[in-house]
Design a protein around this ligand. Structure first.
Ligand code: ADP
Ligand code: ADP
Length: 232
């Protein structure tokens, strides 16, 4: 379902060129929960941001379902991105909007009619167990509740894939597990493919079925999580 081939990305800085990704190859099955783990600076964030072209790769290809993401023009990319949800470490919510409007926003941008938006927002807020917070502003929520809003917003347009960029790294352990369990529940109920990056082994072992280890911008290991943890 997701096929990454020979992906390269470097950043030009005033003093030098930093190679963030070098010939990355990876295949992720539809419906999987796939974890990518590595130390800080390994290239995790660059890799996951290339999947929806928040970063432009220098070369290589990315296919998600029927879309060759790396070949899309701007308009095609905008449409394809509706089917790729993303959640972030710092939640990236719209602070001036209520929970309800944060979740409605991507549906409004997609041009859905108001009655559909009302129905859909209610449905997703129920899924993430935040129906009672619809009128609250992000500043009035706990970290875990904020991330639930982030998840609800990411799911609004019924994506095929959910990308998680260290989504639990700002949360305490107990809240982390409740968010991971929500992601697992969503994966089961919606048959959604989840790709998550993390620097924490615990996060990965808790919910992922397959995983890859990234070091210095290349994938050094891939396999099932059980292989990694049962046969060191
Ligand atoms: P990780 O998410 O694993 O911490 P990143 O993808 O953020 O790794 O970074 C990979 C490498 O690319 C690091 O050496 C980092 O310093 C560098 N890098 C990331 N973003 C930029 C940028 N915008 N400009 C210059 N270098 C960057
Ligand atoms: P717009 O300016 O886009 O019309 P409104 O703020 O007037 O947005 O809200 C439009 C509709 O959104 C309302 O009729 C209501 O059904 C729904 N809505 C907005 N906020 C909430 C909320 N906190 N809880 C439930 N429904 C809400």
């Amino acid at each position: 379902m997701i096929v990454i081939r020979d992906l390269c990305k470097s950043y030009a800085t005033p003093s030098s060129t930093v190679t963030a990704l070098s010939e990355v190859n990876l295949t992720i099955d539809k419906g999987d929960i796939f974890g990518i783990i590595g130390f800080s600076g390994a290239g995790k964030s660059t890799l996951i941001r290339c999947l929806n072209r928040l970063e432009e790769p220098d070369s290589g290809s990315i296919r998600i379902g029927d879309h060759v993401i790396t070949d899309l023009n701007d308009k095609e990319l905008r449409l394809a991105r509706r089917k790729i949800g993303m959640i972030f470490q710092q939640f990236n919510l719209l602070d001036a909007k209520t929970v309800w409007h944060n979740v409605a926003f991507p549906l409004q941008v997609a041009g859905h009619p108001k009655p559909y938006i009302r129905e859909r927002v209610a449905e997703i807020l129920e899924l993430v167990q935040l129906s009672d917070k619809a009128g609250a502003y992000p500043a009035q929520l706990s970290g875990g509740q904020k991330q639930r809003v982030g998840i609800a917003r990411a799911l609004a347009n019924e994506p095929d894939v959910l990308l998680s960029d260290e989504a639990t790294s700002a949360l305490d352990p107990q809240t982390t597990y409740s968010i991971l369990e929500l992601l697992q529940d969503i994966n089961r109920k919606l048959k959604l493919t989840i790709v998550l990056i993390t620097h924490e082994l615990d996060v990965l072992s808790h919910i992922c079925r397959h995983m890859a280890v990234i070091e210095g911008g290349t994938i050094v290991e891939t396999g099932t999580v059980d292989q990694f943890f049962l046969n060191p």
